[in-house]
Design a protein around this ligand. Sequence first.
Ligand code: UDP
Ligand code: MG
Length: 152
Amino acid sequence: SSNLSSNERTFLAVKPDGVQRKLVGEIVRRFEKRGFKLVGLKLASEDVLREHYWDLRNKPFFSRLISYMSSGPVVAMVWQGLDVVKTARKMLGETNPADSLPGTIRGDFCVEVGKNVIHGSDSMESAMKEISLWFGQNELHRWESCSTSWIY
Ligand code: UDP
Ligand code: MG
């Protein structure tokens, strides 16, 4: 059935290590196959990183985090679908890859918290903030997926 919640959106970013390690295709594949809809995608650079991680500015790892995230392009994405914020976090795994179960992205592709391959919004509120920080309205696409009626 159709559901208003299927308009929920989240912000994901393949971090520089994920791009270097050629994980972009694998990560996009997982979200496509799960049934989510891609509505925004681009290679992006570092200019919004400090604002993106503003809540963590007083953490001891903050400057390391900013230089890690600035070490190459990231692939910024917006995905849409029912409960996508929470489901994407489950698909990512835990912040520390050592706590992430096999089958999750971090549980399958990395070992260290400082190089954990992917970002995902932690709440609907963060998602809205992050999407408007990283993407202009004209970079987000409205389109009808032909598989919608087989997913909802
Ligand atoms: N991070 C780190 N050391 C820590 C905690 C976090 O290097 O002890 C990095 C890690 O890359 C993480 C990012 O900072 O993904 C943002 O931290 P957050 O707590 O928001 O984790 P996330 O939401 O990415 O799981
Ligand atoms: Mg976070």
